[in-house]
Design a protein around this ligand. Structure first.
Ligand code: ASP
Length: 455
């Protein structure tokens, strides 16, 4: 998977190798952009039969997913062990305030645009409609954050529970390293170095997997558009427009927030674009974590911040999903011919923000949140089936927004925490097996912490 370094060639290199080298030399973002456009065209032109290439996209998703749990566990232990508990608490408080506020703004954007554009008025609800999934009680969601078996949590892919276990281990490791007893401190150091090595290993694999990204991106986008097709999209064009427009508004909100904290906006988006494209095609904030962590490293964000804020954001912060829930609720009400009361609107905002906390960043999670909101607001459920028909197309843009929001918060928190920002690394392209540019950024892991003393 990892491109092997080419041996020095005596005389002209064989054509096959030089083509591969040339492929590696093209910046990843360009390869992904070409694949995105080509995949979209192929999907729309070929239609349903394009689904034969689905395994090509599926394998890409699996390769990314394969990295998520090891990445969260290792980077978080490494990151937390380099922070003081007080600083971790401060980072946690700041990012939670940011996540909750931006999610609330996002639901209001979705509702506002929905009410202004009135999508769905005049459409007929389909007969029937499935019953919504029952929502787990909030206490259960909160209780599940503490794993009774961390290995089971890892195996199940339970992000919040794994984060809890990793933060605990990271804090204990920090205390070990700071111990006055020499033996304990030495063991702590050894363990920290091993974890650091594990982080490096994961990022080497990420880099290899990303060389396959163009094929994966092509297949994923082609299959979604081939399956959905213009026939399904056209009647719901208004709703699609509102959700895409809402994400546009939210991106402006992000730009303003970045500017407010004096973060260079264009440089931010230049460093974030790989993760944005990846989120768009994979429709999974969790699956995008290896790439978003890498992008945060390119922005110069210390791993002490990103290893905590990004996995947390992938689960609890879903601005794009909140926009979608707001807009789609208005759509469902319009199809059913129901006027939304102020009380129902308030309920949508509340459920939109709270429900996202327990929902994992996986494809289609927003549809479950929508079902929940519709039920809570007491609206007829039938029209949700219409939304479900084009959910994948809406999921792409909302996941992109979700991941962008996580990165904006991460960058802002790093900006406000002394020592948590290093020299931005985004200019360097990773190219062929080179060492420097993959995240985490300089000072891996944890920058100024004792773990950064690798020779
Ligand atoms: N797919 C989204 C995510 O992973 C969640 C959603 O369905 O809205 O962030």
């Amino acid at each position: 998977m990892i491109p092997s370094p080419a041996p020095p060639a005596a005389g002209p290199a064989p054509a096959r190798r030089s083509l591969w080298r040339r492929y590696l030399d093209i910046p990843l973002i360009w390869k992904m952009a070409v694949a995105l456009v080509a995949g979209a065209v192929a999907g729309l032109a070929v239609g349903e039969p394009i689904t034969v290439i689905q395994p090509l996209g599926e394998v890409f998703l699996r390769l990314l997913q394969m990295l998520v749990m090891p990445l969260i566990l290792l980077t978080l232990i490494a990151g937390v062990s380099s922070l003081s508990p007080a600083r971790l608490g401060r980072i946690g408080a700041k990012i939670m305030v940011y996540y909750l506020l931006t999610s609330a703004v996002a639901v209001v954007v979705g509702l506002g645009l929905g009410l202004a554009a009135a999508p769905g008025a005049g459409l007929e609800p389909p007969a029937g409609g499935e019953d919504p999934e029952p929502a787990p009680p909030v206490t259960e969601t909160l209780l599940n954050i503490v794993p009774d078996n961390p290995f089971a949590a890892l195996a199940e892919g339970n992000v919040l529970a794994v984060m809890f276990a990793a933060v605990t281990a990271g804090l204990a490791l920090a205390f070990m390293r700071a111990a006055t007893d020499e033996r304990t401190a030495a063991m702590g150091e050894l363990l920290a170095r091993a974890v650091e090595a594990g982080v490096e290993l994961v990022f080497r694999v990420v880099r290899g997997v990303l060389e396959y990204a163009p094929v994966g991106v092509f297949a994923l986008i082609a299959v979604v558009l081939g399956q959905t097709g213009p026939q399904a999209l056209l009647p719901l064009l208004e709703l699609t427009g509102v959700v895409y427009g809402g994400v546009g508004v939210q991106v402006v909100v992000y730009a303003l927030l970045l500017a407010l904290f004096r973060v260079p906006v264009l440089r931010f988006f230049a460093a974030a674009r790989e993760a944005m494209v990846m989120a768009f095609v994979t429709r999974s904030s969790n699956g995008t974590l290896p790439v978003s962590t890498r992008c945060a490293g390119r922005m110069g964000v210390d791993e002490g911040v990103s290893s905590f804020t990004l996995p947390l954001g992938a689960t609890v912060n879903m601005d794009g999903t909140a926009i979608y829930v707001g807009a789609a609720t208005v759509f469902v009400a319009n199809v059913a011919g129901v006027q939304l009361s102020l009380e129902q609107l308030a309920m949508v905002v509340l459920v939109g923000v709270v429900a996202s906390i327990g929902t994992a960043g996986v494809p289609g999670a927003g549809l479950i949140m929508l079902s929940l909101t519709i039920t809570q607001a007491g609206l007829p459920f039938a029209a949700v089936a219409l939304v479900a028909g084009i959910d994948a197309v809406l999921d792409m843009v909302r996941t992109m927004c979700n991941v962008t929001g996580d990165l904006v918060g991460t960058r802002i928190v790093a900006r406000t925490e002394p020592g948590m920002l290093h020299d931005p690394d985004e200019e360097k392209e990773e190219g062929a097996g080179g060492g420097g540019a993959a995240a985490p950024g300089p000072g891996t892991p944890g920058g100024p912490g004792p773990a950064a003393t690798a020779p």
